[in-house]
Design a binder for this molecule. Structure first.
Ligand code: GLU
Length: 501
């Protein structure tokens, strides 16, 4: 059943990134699933910036995250709309660094109700306990030493100048929740020690702040990565102690490297900005991310964001890990590139071409590359020959590369010379792909060459590469003078290996 607004509980979901790094593929995927859940069910999508880790949070990362999400086409109804900018929405502020008073108030409530206590243990003391537990083969957890201090003991610690952390009293009970993705999940909280919710320096910790915020922002469904599943039983205990209404939880599968280990920077490119810089289109990335853990249950594979909004349903999210298949992303990117009009593609390619490239040239080269581009940035390699000078292009290849597969050096030279002599007769005005091809085929026939064998030396001479966009279109774009000059350069190179000149 798709999630919808209930009469007594509006559908409200959220994304809560920490601005401690650039927008990660996994964060983008979780954001997308939340966005789609909200849009599909007519609910509200909230963005909350979890920046309580002051040492690691920066406005630059916040900007990277917000701009990356915008680039993907993901928008939110509440939260900061721009990095460092104002919030919109009735339950703000939406940056945790601006909500410290709320955490302090919630901590006071827990303390007053006996659901939390001040803990004076020093890091060294905690370490000693941990080592003892390890020696006894026990799971490490807080031993509860400060749980029932007397007023005198407390006063004595304070007199020593110790700063107290605040620990939550974890009820020793089994917590069960009906996960939106995984079904019933059970965890025995008796295995947990009382955990710290506010450090001795007064800074509140994630499991605590996330509960206060999700509750005070009326989040109805917490949809996040499976890596958070072990936090959920702690958070449920906190919801109960604070008297908040519980949300539903849904844990979406991990993203895996191709070798099925958990996705890591070392094996998979994880920064959305890197994909963007390489010329992946946002439409392709969104389509790809949607399928990292979800499928519509049909063979369809191309979905725009709008179509995903209509079709996405958390019910169809898989439990198993989702392998990051780069080939699939490349395939999708090619499909989306080819779905652009020539004008749109010319505009998209602009940043990947030399500044000197005039717009008219860019538009004319689009038909040559459209079928071949996997990423927009590939254009540089494909059409670099148009913007390099003749000497540079000649330096890209060895003279052997001019030789047709089974041919001799002399064949390459005679083929090139014949083609050059033939094409020299064409005027600038005649210098067009169709006519160039006809003339070259005539030469091939006359010399008894297979067309392909003849085209190879021309291609290498003109483009500097043995793989290039369509040859005659490339020559047309390069123009008569430069094409002929490059054939001369190639003949010169063949002459230096002794047989061509
Ligand atoms: N700030 C947390 C993170 O970035 C949020 C986790 C959650 O969604 O609860 O991992």
């Amino acid at each position: 059943m798709p999630l919808v607004n209930e009469p007594d509980r509006p559908l409200r979901v959220r994304m809560a990134p920490s601005p401690t790094g650039p927008l990660h593929i996994g964060t983008a995927r979780t954001s997308l699933y939340n966005y789609l859940t909200a849009r599909h069910g007519g609910g509200t999508f909230v963005l909350r910036i979890e920046d309580t880790d002051v040492a690691r949070s920066t406005t630059e990362f916040e900007r990277d995250i917000i701009e990356g999400l915008h680039w993907l086409g993901i928008s939110w109804d509440e939260g900061p709309q721009a990095a460092g900018g104002d919030d919109i929405g009735p339950y703000g502020p939406y940056r945790q660094s601006q909500r410290l008073d709320r955490y302090a108030a919630a901590a006071e409530r827990l303390l007053a109700g006996g659901n939390a206590y001040r803990c004076y243990c020093t890091p060294e003391e905690l370490d000693a306990v941990r080592r003892e537990q390890e020696a006894d083969h026990e799971a490490p957890r807080y031993n509860g030493r400060c749980r029932s201090l007397s007023d005198d003991e407390r006063a004595a610690f304070e007199a020593e100048g110790r700063q107290a952390a605040i620990r939550f009293v974890v009820p020793p009970e089994t917590v069960v929740w009906d996960d939106l993705v995984r079904g019933d999940v059970e965890f025995d909280n008796a295995l947990l020690g009382d955990f710290v919710i506010v450090r001795a320096d007064g800074s509140p910790l994630y499991n605590f702040t996330v509960v206060v915020d999700d509750a005070e922002m009326y989040i109805s469904h917490v949809i996040r990565g499976e890596d958070h599943i072990s936090n959920t039983p702690k958070q449920i205990a906190l919801y109960r102690a604070l008297g908040y209404e519980l949300p539903r939880f849904g844990h979406i599968p991990l993203i895996l490297n191709p070798d099925r280990t958990k996705m890591s920077k070392r094996k998979t490119q994880t920064g959305v900005d890197e994909y963007r810089a390489q010329g992946y289109l946002p439409e392709a990335l969104v389509n790809f991310l949607a399928f990292l853990g979800w499928s519509p249950g049909t063979e369809e594979e191309l979905f725009s964001l709008r179509e995903l909004e209509e079709r996405f349903d958390l019910d169809k999210v898989h439990k198993g890990g989702a392998v990051f298949d780069k080939d699939r992303l490349d395939y999708l990117n090619g499909v989306y590139i080819r779905s652009l009009t020539d004008e749109q593609l010319a505009l998209a390619l602009r940043p990947y071409l030399p500044d000197a490239a005039v717009d008219e040239t860019v538009l004319r080269l689009v038909p040559l590359v459209k079928e071949r581009l996997v990423r927009l940035s590939d254009v540089g390699e494909l059409v670099g020959f148009l913007f390099a000078d003749d000497a540079e292009v000649a330096s890209w290849y060895e003279s052997e590369e001019l030789v047709p597969r089974k041919g001799e050096v002399v064949d390459a030279a005679s083929a090139l010379r014949a083609v050059r002599d033939e094409l020299t007769r064409l005027t600038d005005a005649d210098w067009a792909a169709d006519l160039l091809e006809t003339r070259c085929r005539e030469v091939a026939e006359r010399l008894g060459f297979k067309a392909g064998d003849l085209f190879k030396p021309i291609r290498v001479a003109v483009t500097g590469r043995s793989v290039s966009p369509p040859l005659f279109g490339s020559m047309e774009l390069l123009g008569r003078e430069r094409s002929l000059a490059r054939m001369d350069d190639a003949l010169g190179k063949l002459a230096t290996v002794g047989v061509g000149g």
